[in-house]
Design a protein around this ligand. Structure first.
Ligand code: B12
Length: 211
């Protein structure tokens, strides 16, 4: 078993006390934070998701795995070598109202920050009016929202409507992401951008800031 496999196993099994040590071991061995996050921690969560779908795991196990993941993620995120200052936008970022899944949003935040943007992170389960208000208050160029759940997709559509009603549509660009979204969905609600993962979130931000 490689050290990366060991970390994946720790997260999948929720062996919370071992996650920090194993992540540190990988960093010490020269494995990059990016590899740890995408090839290790995210992969582990995919396996957890599959187990949940097969009813091998129930919510308490998923929660424990998420908490275990955060032990490693909090160690790896500050070590991401992203400094490039390719983009220098003001971006309001959050998980929409009704949804508490924030692991992906936090990875997106780290990469967007590393690319030179200022991020106003409103957290998770954020009321839609707060998102629009923050964009207005900070004169943000982009509103980036995340959701992993189908019922909360409606909130993303509502944000487009609220921006239009406030005369902000077009001035503030929007991008959406998270497991429940797709390029087609983004297009259908009139969002300006969509990304499959955190790397694409950076690519989209750079594109939107140029327009
Ligand atoms: C971990 C997890 C939890 C944890 C969350 C812990 C936390 N702090 O986030 C806990 C246990 C709390 C949880 C709770 C629930 N969960 Co849950 N959970 C998951 C699980 C297993 C993994 C999600 C994850 O973290 N993935 C890893 C990260 C790295 O990936 P990611 O979030 O997709 O992010 C990447 C990309 O999507 C993208 N991205 C993300 N955001 C953005 C934003 C932008 C702008 C861009 C461009 C890109 C982008 O970049 C990220 C990094 O590359 C998924 C299974 C799955 N297949 O996703 C279910 C899943 C999301 N959960 C689900 C459900 C139903 C629930 C509950 C409703 C269960 C319940 N009955 O209570 C509750 C939610 C309560 C609520 N109101 O929110 C369903 C959603 C189904 C649906 N389509 O609606 C899923 C899909 C499981 C399933 N197959 O049924 N869950």
């Amino acid at each position: 078993m490689t050290n990366m496999d060991a970390l994946i196993d720790i997260v999948v099994k929720g062996r919370i006390k071992e996650a920090k040590g194993e992540t540190q071991k990988l960093l010490d061995a020269g494995v990059t934070a990016r590899e740890i996050i995408f090839d290790g921690l995210s992969k582990a969560m995919e396996i957890v998701g599959e187990k949940y779908e097969k009813k091998e795991y129930f919510l308490p196990q998923v929660l424990l795995s998420a908490q275990t993941l955060y032990q490693g993620l909090n160690l790896a995120l500050p070590k991401l070598d992203t400094a490039s200052a390719e983009a220098a936008g003001k971006i309001v970022l959050c998980v929409v109202e009704g949804d508490v899944h924030d692991i992906g949003k936090n990875i997106v935040k780290a990469l967007l920050t590393g690319a030179g943007n200022t991020i106003f992170d409103l957290g998770r389960d954020v009321p839609l009016k707060d998102i629009v208000q923050k964009a207005k208050d900070e004169s943000a160029q982009i509103v980036a929202t995340s959701t992993l759940m189908t019922p909360t997709l409606a909130g993303m559509k509502e944000i487009e409507k609220m921006l239009a009603e406030g005369g902000m549509k077009g001035k503030v660009k929007t991008m959406v992401g998270g497991g429940a979204t797709s390029a087609d969905f983004a297009k259908s609600i009139g969002a300006d951008g969509w990304g499959y993962d955190a790397n694409e979130a950076v690519r989209e931000a750079i594109r939107l800031l140029k327009h």
